[in-house]
Each structure stands twice: as C-alpha cells, then as structure tokens.
Design a binder for this molecule. Structure first.
Ligand SMILES: C[S@@+](CC[C@H](N)C(=O)[O-])C[C@H]1O[C@@H](n2cnc3c(N)ncnc32)[C@H](O)[C@@H]1O
Length: 297
C-alpha cells in the first residue's frame, strides 16, 4: 500500500523523493483512482509546485525539491483525489498557447475550442483591422486569443455573468489586449450596437437530459449557466442566429462551437436565416464540433 504524501515524514529530502519519484508517486495514485490522464495530471501538479518547466522535469528530474514543495504537492494531490479538476487546483488553463486565469465563475476553456481560433484566423487573413464579437466570452479565451494573433483587430466580449467578465478583463490585461477589447454585460445581442466582421460564440449547448449525465468534475466546477442549453440544447443558437444578421457586415462570418450531435440542427437554423457556405467541422475525436457560415445581406 502507498503511504499518502501527507502521512510521510517531511524532514530531509522527502524520504528520498526526487522530482521524478514525486511525479511517479502522484501518477500511481491517480491511476489507482481511475483518472483518465494520470500522467499529465501528475506532471502538471509537480510542475506547478516546483516551478519546473516540462523540460526541467526531463533534465532535472533527479533533483530533490525544497521542503515547501512537499506541502504544496500533498495539498494538490489530496484535492485532485477528491475530484477537483487540475485547472481549478492551479487556477489557470493553457489555451492556444496562452495561460488564462480560471475560477468557479468561468468555464475552463477546452482544447477543442481552439478549432474556433484556427477558423477565425483563417477567415481574418485578409482583414487585419477586423471587428470581432465574442458572445458568451467566459474567461475571454476566444476573443483574447484572436486579438493576440490579429494585432490590429478590435473586439467586443459579452457575457451575461458580471463575475465572468471580471475574469475576462484580467485575462485581457495579462495578454495586453485591454486596449483593443471592450466588455459588455447582457444577454446575447441585447446591449450590442454596430456591425462586425466576425461573430464567434461557444454558447451553452448541453441538453437538460445530458446535464444529468455529466461527470461531477464538470457539474461541480464549471458554472451551470455556461453549460445549460435548454431542453434540446439549442436555445442560444436560435437567439443568436435569428439576430446575427442585424450585427454582421455583408459577407460577415458566424462561427459557433456546437455539440457532437448538433451539426444538422444548427445548419438548418442557419439556412432559414440567409446564411450560406455553411460548413460543419469535426474535432480530433471525429465529432461535429464547429460550424461556420457566411451572411449574405
Ligand atoms: C460554454 S461557455 C463558453 C465560455 C468561453 N467562451 C469558452 O469558450 O471557454 C458559455 C458562456 O456563455 C455565457 N452565457 C450564458 N447565457 C448567456 C446569455 N444569455 N447571454 C450572454 N452570455 C451567456 C456563460 O456565462 C458562459 O460564460
């Protein structure tokens, strides 16, 4: 049986635990707990506690970390073992190569959402001065990532949650986007004026039925209002698609993240509102994940 970290003697070099052995120790515990990515979880926690980079872990893994590290790792490990997601333990998440602050008030941005950034950048190749609108910005990950790459572009980031907007503002400052990104609180287009080259949104799209089947790691930590898309998961798409023509420039782009089974329904909604060139794209797992459409005025 493995002696839990918080029951080990703290003096000396942690009973012989080097950075490598600490990482292995955590990984074994996470494996036994049935976590999906025990190795990555262990590595991220050890990196955060030691300040080591990924390269340091490889090249300096035989070093003994200082005593304070042991306390930190013991705390991280017990929080992880009680079901807290890594992002919430660390207080941040990497997204499109940048670090975003995460709290209980914002959805932790998911890797598949990076598809929207790629698609937006492709669409804005010839529009360096584009105006973008991010509906349901949460941590600000989408708007800030686009503005960080398209350095002349300007944006508006909107959310119904004032607490989420506070985090998005902090993230914008962190990534030097504050002077090009405005923030608005309200429901979808309610407080918005003007027209945009591109409207991007990862709205809440989980159906009421699917909400009951979500893992506690999601329902216990991501805000309910970031997930719940109504009885059929399509409530936000209906509102956004019906109003987007009033806020897009001619040939403007509407770009959505969608649920794995929502490609057909969202395409249909787009067809009924004068959108053309509707393209659904799949994520790495082969599921429908993104839909792009062009507005013909
Ligand atoms: C799935 S999260 C996406 C967060 C972030 N854009 C991302 O991709 O990581 C959906 C966001 O929509 C916001 N939201 C929910 N209902 C809204 C509404 N009626 N109007 C504006 N934002 C809303 C939530 O607060 C949440 O931040």
């Amino acid at each position: 049986m493995i002696v839990p970290l918080n029951q080990r003697p703290r003096s000396g070099p942690y009973s012989g635990l080097t950075v490598n052995s600490l990482k292995r120790f955590l990984m074994t515990q996470f494996q036994e707990a049935g976590f999906e990515t025990p190795d990555m979880d262990a590595r991220l926690l050890v990196m955060a506690a030691t300040g080591f980079t990924h390269t340091d872990i490889i090249t300096r893994g035989t070093e003994f970390p200082p005593a304070a590290t042991f306390e930190t790792i013991a705390d991280y490990a017990s929080r992880r073992l009680s079901g807290e997601p890594i992002d919430h333990i660390l207080g941040y998440r990497e997204f499109y190569g940048r670090r975003f602050k995460i709290t209980k008030d914002v959805l932790s941005p998911r890797p598949e959402t990076e598809m929207l950034i790629e698609a937006a950048l492709e669409s804005l190749k010839d529009k360096p001065n584009a105006k973008i609108l991010d509906l349901g910005t949460g941590s600000g990950a989408i708007a800030i990532s686009i503005l960080a790459e398209v350095t002349q572009a300007k944006g508006l980031a909107l959310d119904i949650s004032a607490a989420a907007l506070d985090i998005a503002k902090e993230n914008a400052a962190q990534h030097n986007a504050s002077d090009r990104l405005a923030f608005l609180q309200g429901s979808w287009f309610e407080p918005v004026t003007g027209r945009f080259d591109i409207i991007v949104s990862n709205p809440p799209y989980i159906t009421d039925a699917a909400m009951t089947a979500l893992a506690p790691e999601v329902t216990g930590f991501d805000p309910d209002m970031a997930l719940r898309g109504g009885p059929d998961g399509l409530e936000a798409y209906r509102v956004i698609i019906s109003e987007a023509p009033n806020y897009l420039k001619p040939n403007g782009i509407l770009l959505f993240e969608i649920g794995y089974d929502q490609g057909q329904s969202v395409s249909h909604l787009l067809e009924t509102r004068n959108f053309t060139q509707i393209v659904t794209s799949q994520d790495l797992a082969g599921h429908d994940r993104m839909i792009k459409a062009v507005y013909k005025a």
